[in-house]
Design a protein around this ligand. Structure first.
Ligand code: 13P
Ligand code: 13P
Ligand code: MG
Ligand code: MG
Length: 366
């Protein structure tokens, strides 16, 4: 065991209430009991059970490092126990994100989303955990770029000596399963060429250039690629460390004052605006959306999670919510037309192969 702290956030949709809009309180209660038990047995230092829409989010701190079997198994068993309750109550899509029958050492590749970071806790360690529903991991690309590479968002990049050299972005090509490190500010045009294509190139980690300190990490699992077929959108999480030579809490939240467009929403097959909401408003109901993001702020204290503070519970984000509603009306007016509906290759639901077959004889040379 190292002296470092590991912050692990492992999440899964194991049953929606009602439909895909929220989670039943019994699931939260079961998860709470499981993690509380693990804290008593000293597997965990601390935990917090959260949820965004229909996604159950296990926020855990411990000293076992990343990809630890005990911690991953605890999360897996918790999801299995919650799935049992979801089945008893006939909740919607019980066990939706659990793609395997048996645990084999890590939850990676088994369905749940994972974001973990291991670090030496600083004198003061503010962290923000962003959790989104009805979208996919590429949703973090735009805000991460603004936080760590855009001086119009983060004035610290210009005026804080610790950040002035910039940051490095680790980008994963989720189709080719390759990764690349690109540096800002000197490579921002290259960087943007990749991360602007956010269904394929996804930012996984951000490091401070000066000393390699890990500043942010995102879940990059894409369920549709894992399963090779539609199994629900891979609603993502993002962890960001803040202050003292890293972007301030306000700089990290600032990009979400713009309700940018993401993939997801109804049937995982539409574009929609990402609406920043307080915890109690993370219940996507209109056309199963629009996509939501919540921000839970914690101060770490010897691994204890002091918090959460509900960081989007602030009227300063009212305009972003209004903007998201206006964009929703505009997009919804397109009905089944692109670009509201995703392109043919990106829809999670499609009748196209069936139609092509059924109508093949009626296709004639034009
Ligand atoms: P620190 O450099 O102490 O993180 O302060 C920056 C700040 O909070 C300004 O908003
Ligand atoms: P979830 O991925 O949040 O379960 O949503 C799936 C869906 O089809 C919503 O319409
Ligand atoms: Mg669901
Ligand atoms: Mg979900």
């Amino acid at each position: 065991m190292s002296g470092k702290i590991t912050l692990s956030v492992i999440k899964a949709d194991v049953g929606g209430y009602v439909g895909h809009s929220c989670i039943h309180p019994d699931l939260l209660k079961t998860a709470e009991e499981r993690l509380s038990n693990a804290s008593e047995k000293e597997v965990l230092i601390d935990y917090h059970v959260s949820r965004c829409g229909d996604d159950l989010e296990l926020i855990m701190t411990h000293k076992h490092g990343m990809d630890n079997e005990k911690v991953h198994k605890l999360a897996w068993d918790t999801f299995v126990a919650c799935t049992e309750i979801a089945k008893e109550l006939k909740l919607y899509g019980a066990g939706q994100d659990l793609l395997q029958e048996t645990f084999t050492g890590t939850v990676k590749g088994m369905g749940p989303g994972v974001a973990e970071m291991e670090f030496e806790e600083r004198k003061s360690e503010p962290v923000i955990i962003f959790m989104a529903d009805k979208t996919s991991p590429g949703a973090w690309n735009l805000p991460l770029y603004k936080i760590f590479a855009d001086p119009f968002n983060t004035s610290g990049l210009v005026i804080d000596p610790a950040m002035h050299e910039g940051f490095k972005f680790e980008i994963v090509d989720v189709y080719e399963r390759k990764k690349i490190l690109l540096a800002a500010p000197e490579e921002i045009y290259d960087l943007l060429m990749f991360i602007g294509a956010m269904r394929r190139f996804i930012i996984r980690n951000v490091y401070r250039k000066k000393d390699g300190e890990l500043a942010a990490t995102a879940s990059t699992q894409k369920l549709s690629l894992i399963a090779g077929r539609y199994v629900g959108k891979d609603d993502p999480v993002l962890l960001v460390r803040c202050q003292s030579g890293l972007p301030a809490v306000g700089e990290v939240l600032e990009p979400f004052a713009f309700s940018h467009m993401v993939e997801g929403w109804m049937r995982g097959s539409h574009h929609g605006p990402l609406m920043p909401v307080p915890f109690y408003e993370a219940n996507p109901s209109r056309f199963d959306g629009p996509p939501r993001v919540i921000a839970a702020g914690f101060q770490l204290c010897g691994g204890k999670l002091i918090g959460p503070r509900d960081l989007f519970d602030d009227p300063a984000f009212d305009l972003a919510r209004k903007q998201a509603n206006e964009i929703s009306n505009y997009l919804r007016s397109h009905g089944p037309f692109e670009p509201h509906r995703l392109g043919l290759d990106d829809m999670e639901y499609t009748t196209m192969p069936h139609l092509m077959e059924k109508l093949s004889s009626r296709f004639v040379p034009e």
